[in-house]
Design a binder for this molecule. Structure first.
Ligand code: BGC
Length: 882
C-alpha cells in the first residue's frame, strides 16, 4: 500500500518522464518495425499507413496490454509531434493505422513505439524507424513524360551541400537511374509491370549521398519492358543545407541520345554494342552538345502510384559447374540450376567482335541447346566488343531469361569456366519460412518449390520464366500463393498484385485470365478469376489484414455477381481450362461451379468480417443455392461418385464440404480407391485437384496416403520430376522436351508447400483469429517420418514447430509470439496412458491436465492427441507412455 502511494507521488512529481523510465522488470522494446509491411519504406502514398512491430518477452503467456506510438518529423522528439497515440490499451501490434496530423508530401516521418506487458511493465521506446511519404497529390509532380532516345541526361548546379534529396522516378518500361556516375539503388527491371493505362508505379530513392555542391548530373537509361515503349517522368527534390531547395524535373531541357543498347526485349534479349558507349555521360562535364533535346511523349494514362513492394534485384551469383564444347566454337555452360536472370560475361578481344549468349532449360543428347520449348522467345543476348585491350564485363539490363544452360558463341579465344557467371534475378522478397523433414525427398521437393517460386516472382506472380509467356496467369497465381506466403514475406507483393487485379476488372465485374491482361481471355476461366477472392482472403488469413478486404470487397463481390449472371440454375458451365494439365480429365463445369461457390462463400465471409450483415446473408444464401445445384448436377447416384469419377471430381466437393454427409463416405472411398488401387498410389489430378487433394486427405484421416503421394517417385509425382533431374517444378507431370507446352519452371504444382507447413510441421492459421493471433500447432507424423520442422517470421514475430519421435515418444518444441495464443496438438501415437512433460515438468497424466507450467492454460484430449492451450513463449514437450 505504502509503496503504491509512494509510486503515485513520484509519478505526480516527475510526470510523464517517470513513465518513460523502464524499470528493472521492463520487457525488451519492440523490434521489427514495419510500415505497410516494409521496413522504413520510401514513397508511402497511403493516407493512414499501418504500423506493425514485433514483441519478445522472457516470460511466457505474455500479451501486450497497451502500446504507445509516437510519430515525428525529427528523430528525437519525445512522444510525437505528428502523432502521439497516447497509451492505448490494446493487444494489437500489427496494422495500427496512423491517426495523426495529415501526412505531407515528400517528408520523412520518424516513428517509435513502446509497450506494456501483461503485468503492466513498460518497455523502453524502440529504436526509431522511418517512413517517407511519396508525392501525394498529382500537382506535386512538376515534370513531364519525356523520351526521344534510350539515354537521357541533365546537369545542374547546387550552390550548397544537399541536406535531403529524394528522386521520384517513373521510367517506362524499365529504367536505370544514375547520379554522378553511380547507379542509384540495387533494383533492376524496375518499375513493376502494371496495367499502365490504370496505374503507373513510381519509385522513390534517397539520393542525398549521391549529390554534392557544384555540378551534378542525373542520367537515365530506358528499356522497353512490358510497356513496349520508353517514357521518363523524374523529379529530384533537393533541400540544401542552411535552407533553400532545388528541384530537377524531366522536361525538354534534358538531352537524349541512343546509347549502346541497340535493342531490348523481355523475351528476346538484348543487343549491346559497347563501341557506342560514351564514357562520362552520366557525370557532370560531359560534352552533350551533339545530343538532341528530349521530346515530350504521351503520358501513360494511369495514375501515378508509389511502388511499395520489394523491387526486383540480383539476389545471387551462380558459378557454372560445367562447360562443354559440343561443336567447334560452341560452348555450353551448365549452371546446375534452373533460375531467372541472366549471365555476366567477361571477355577480351578485338573491337567489333560479337559474342552471343543463348539461354535454355534443356539440352539435346549431343550437348547442344534445346530451345524448342521457349517457343517464340529468342532468349539471346549479344555483346559487341569495345576492344580497347582490357577485359570487358557485360550484363544485360532490360531482359531476363529462364534457364539452366547458356550457350556461348563468337567468343574470341578459348573461354574458361568462369567466363560467365549466372545472376539470379527476381522480386527480392525476404525468406520468411523454413521447412525441413527427415525424409530427404521432402527437402528436395521443398527446394524445387523455393526455386520455382522465386524464379516466378517478377513484380507479378508469373506462370513461367522462360518461354514467350511469363504472364500473371491467375490460377497459377492463387494455387501457389499460400505456399509463397509461408516461405517468403509476400504481403506487400500481393497487396500490389491485388491492385493489379482490380485494375483490370471490367465494369461488368469480369476479370481476366492473366493480370496484367496480356494473354488469355476476358472473362477469366472461373478457376483463374478465383485469384481475386482467394489471394485477398489469403492475405487476410496470413497477415490479419482487414484493410485488404475493405479495399477489395466491392471487386470480389462484383466478380461473384458476374459469375452469377453467367450461371444457370446455380451451375456455372463455362470453362476453358478447368483442372489444368491433369492426367485424368474433370468436367470443366464442375470445376467452374466449385470456384463459383468458393467466390460466393468468400464474399459472404468477407461481408461478415466487414460487418455488412445483409450482404453476408445474401451471399450465404447464394452459396447454399450453388451447393444444392452442384449436388443436383454433378452427383452420379448410379455410380455413387461426383462428376465423371475423376479424383478431382471427388476432391473439390469434399474439400469445401459441398458434399452432404451421406455422400461423403462414398466420394472419399472412391477417391481413395482411385489413388490406391486404380492408379497404384498416384494423383491423376491437374493443378486444381492437386492443391486441395493433399489438404483434403490430411483432414480426412488419410495422412499416410497423402504422405505416400508426396514421397512417390514414379510418374506422375513430384519425385518423378526429381528422378528425371528437375531443379524446378515442371508445368506437366509428364517429362516433355519438344516444342509443345512444357515449361520446366512452372510453380503451380508448388501448392504442396502449404501442406509441408500445415500438415508435416503442423503450423496452421486459425481463420477466426487471422494473422497468427491464434495458431493451431498440429503436426501429423506419417509412415516413416521421424521428424519435421517449420519456422515462420510472421508480422507478429517468430512461430515455429519442430518435432521428432521414436516408437514410444513424441517430442515437440514450439514457439508462439507475444499476444498470440496456440492450440498445441501432441499426437498420442497409439500409446496407452500417456504422460506429457513440458521442460521436464509433468503437464498431463492419467488423462488429466496438470497445471502449473507457465504459459499453459489447460489441456484436453481426443482419441488421437493431447491438446494444450498455450500463451506466448517457447515450449518443449515430451509425450511418452507412463
Ligand atoms: C500457362 C499456364 C496457364 C495456362 C492457361 C499456359 O500457357 O503457362 O500456366 O495457366 O496457359 O491454361
Amino acid at each position: 500500500m505504502r509503496l503504491k502511494w509512494l509510486t503515485s507521488c513520484v509519478l505526480l512529481l516527475f510526470g510523464a518522464a517517470a513513465w518513460s523510465q523502464p524499470g528493472p522488470t521492463a520487457p525488451p522494446p519492440p523490434t521489427g518495425l514495419r510500415c505497410e509491411y516494409l521496413a522504413s519504406p520510401l514513397g508511402v502514398d497511403v493516407a493512414q499507413p499501418r504500423l506493425s512491430w514485433v514483441l519478445e518477452h522472457p516470460a511466457r503467456g505474455q500479451a501486450q496490454s497497451a502500446y504507445q506510438v509516437g510519430v515525428s518529423l525529427q528523430p528525437d522528439v519525445p512522444g510525437g509531434d505528428q502523432w502521439d497515440s497516447g497509451r492505448v490499451s490494446a493487444a494489437q501490434s500489427t496494422h495500427v493505422a496512423y491517426a495523426g496530423q495529415p501526412l505531407a508530401s515528400g517528408r520523412t516521418y520518424y516513428w517509435k513505439v513502446r509497450w506494456w506487458d501483461s503485468s503492466g511493465n513498460a518497455s523502453a521506446w524502440s529504436a526509431p524507424a522511418r517512413f517517407d511519404t511519396g508525392l501525394l497529390a498529382a500537382s506535386d509532380w512538376k515534370g513531364k513524360f519525356i523520351g526521344g532516345a534510350n539515354q537521357l541526361r541533365k546537369e545542374f548546379t547546387l550552390e550548397r551541400r544537399p541536406s535531403r534529396a529524394r528522386a521520384y522516378i517513373a521510367g517506362l518500361g524499365y529504367y536505370e537511374l544514375r547520379v554522378n556516375g553511380r547507379k542509384v539503388g540495387r533494383s533492376v527491371l524496375d518499375p513493376a509491370w502494371t496495367t499502365y493505362d490504370k496505374r503507373v508505379l513510381y519509385v522513390a530513392y534517397d539520393v542525398t549521398a549521391y549529390l554534392r555542391p557544384g555540378a551534378n548530373a542525373v542520367a537515365v537509361t530506358l528499356g522497353q519492358g512490358w510497356y513496349a515503349a520508353r517514357a521518363l517522368l523524374l523529379q529530384l527534390n533537393i533541400e540544401l543545407e542552411g535552407g533553400g531547395r532545388f528541384d530537377v524535373v524531366s522536361d525538354t531541357s534534358w538531352k537524349v541520345a541512343q546509347g549502346p543498347i541497340l535493342s531490348d526485349s523481355v523475351y528476346h534479349g538484348e543487343v549491346y554494342d559497347a563501341r557506342l558507349e560514351t564514357p562520362g555521360w552520366d557525370r557532370p562535364g560531359f560534352d552533350d552538345s551533339k545530343w538532341k533535346p528530349a521530346s515530350l511523349v504521351d503520358a501513360p494514362k494511369g495514375v501515378l502510384s508509389a511502388q511499395l513492394m520489394p523491387p526486383i534485384r540480383v539476389t545471387d551469383t551462380m558459378v557454372p559447374f560445367k562447360m562443354t564444347s559440343p561443336k567447334p566454337g560452341v560452348h555450353v555452360y551448365d549452371m546446375g540450376q534452373n533460375f531467372s536472370g541472366w549471365v555476366e560475361l567477361r571477355v577480351k578481344g578485338p573491337r567489333g567482335a560479337q559474342v552471343r549468349l543463348r539461354h535454355a532449360e534443356l539440352l539435346y543428347d549431343d550437348g547442344t541447346l534445346n530451345v524448342e520449348n521457349l517457343r517464340r522467345a529468342r532468349a539471346t543476348d549479344t555483346y559487341i566488343l569495345r576492344g580497347d585491350g582490357g577485359e570487358e564485363a557485360y550484363q544485360p539490363r532490360f531482359t531476363y531469361h529462364g534457364f539452366r544452360y547458356v550457350e556461348l558463341t563468337g567468343y574470341p579465344g578459348a573461354p574458361k569456366l568462369d567466363t560467365v557467371r549466372g545472376k539470379v534475378v527476381h522480386s527480392d522478397v525476404k525468406p520468411a519460412g523454413g521447412f525441413a523433414a527427415s525424409t530427404p525427398i521432402l527437402n528436395q521437393i521443398q527446394r524445387l518449390i523455393l526455386w520455382g517460386i522465386t524464379s516466378n516472382l517478377h513484380s507479378i506472380p508469373t506462370d513461367c520464366n522462360q518461354r514467350d509467356e511469363r504472364m500473371g496467369w491467375m490460377a497459377d497465381a492463387h494455387l501457389y500463393a499460400e505456399s509463397a506466403m509461408l516461405n517468403f514475406d509476400m504481403a506487400a507483393f500481393y497487396t500490389n498484385f491485388l491492385r493489379d487485379i482490380r485494375d483490370i476488372q471490367g465494369t461488368d465485374g469480369s476479370v481476366t485470365d492473366t493480370v496484367p491482361h496480356r494473354g488469355g481471355r476476358r472473362p477469366a476461366d472461373p478457376a483463374w478469376g478465383a485469384a481475386y477472392p482467394l489471394i485477398a482472403w489469403y492475405v487476410y488469413l496470413y497477415q490479419g489484414d482487414r484493410r485488404i478486404l475493405e479495399e477489395h470487397y466491392a471487386g470480389v463481390k462484383a466478380w461473384t455477381d458476374f459469375q452469377r449472371t453467367h450461371s444457370q440454375d446455380g451451375v456455372l458451365s463455362y470453362s476453358y481450362y478447368g483442372d489444368w494439365v491433369p492426367v485424368e480429365k474433370t468436367p470443366g463445369a464442375l470445376v467452374s461451379t466449385f470456384y463459383y461457390y468458393y467466390s460466393a462463400h468468400l464474399t459472404a465471409r468477407m461481408a461478415e468480417i466487414l460487418g455488412k450483415t445483409a450482404d453476408a446473408e445474401a451471399y450465404r444464401k447464394l452459396a447454399a443455392e450453388i451447393q444444392e445445384a452442384f449436388n443436383r448436377k454433378f452427383w452420379n447416384a448410379a455410380e455413387q461418385v461426383y462428376g465423371n469419377g475423376s479424383q478431382t471430381s471427388q476432391i473439390l466437393p469434399l474439400y469445401l464440404d459441398l458434399a452432404p454427409k451421406e455422400r461423403r463416405g462414398a466420394a472419399l472411398d472412391h477417391l481413395r480407391n482411385s489413388i490406391v488401387y486404380y492408379n497404384n498410389i498416384h494423383l491423376m489430378t491437374g493443378i486444381v485437384g492437386t492443391k486441395y487433394g493433399m489438404e483434403l486427405l490430411t483432414r480426412g484421416g488419410n495422412m499416410d496416403l497423402a504422405y505416400d503421394l508426396a514421397t512417390q517417385t514414379t510418374y506422375p509425382s513430384w519425385g518423378y520430376m526429381l528422378e528425371r533431374g528437375a531443379t524446378t517444378l515442371w508445368e506437366l507431370w509428364q517429362e516433355r522436351t519438344g516444342p509443345s507446352m512444357n515449361s520446366h519452371n512452372h510453380p503451380m504444382f508448388g501448392s504442396i508447400g502449404t501442406w509441408f507447413y500445415s500438415a508435416l510441421a503442423g503450423i496452421n492459421v486459425v481463420p477466426e483469429k487471422p494473422g497468427y493471433e491464434r495458431i493451431r500447432i498440429e503436426p501429423q507424423p506419417a509412415r516413416d517420418l521421424r521428424w519435421a520442422s517449420g519456422s515462420l517470421e510472421t508480422l507478429r514475430g517468430a512461430v515455429s514447430s519442430s518435432w521428432s519421435r521414436t516408437e514410444r515418444s513424441f517430442g515437440l518444441e514450439v514457439v508462439i509470439p507475444v499476444s498470440s495464443e496456440a492450440e498445441i496438438h501432441l499426437p498420442k501415437l497409439n500409446l496407452n496412458n500417456v504422460v506429457v512433460r513440458e521442460s521436464g515438468r509433468v503437464v498431463w497424466r492419467e488423462n488429466a491436465y496438470q497445471s502449473g507450467a507457465a504459459g499453459l492454460r489447460g489441456a484436453r484430449q481426443t482419441a488421437g492427441a493431447v491438446i494444450f492451450q498455450a500463451g506466448s513463449g517457447r515450449y518443449v514437450f515430451e509425450l511418452a507412455e507412463e
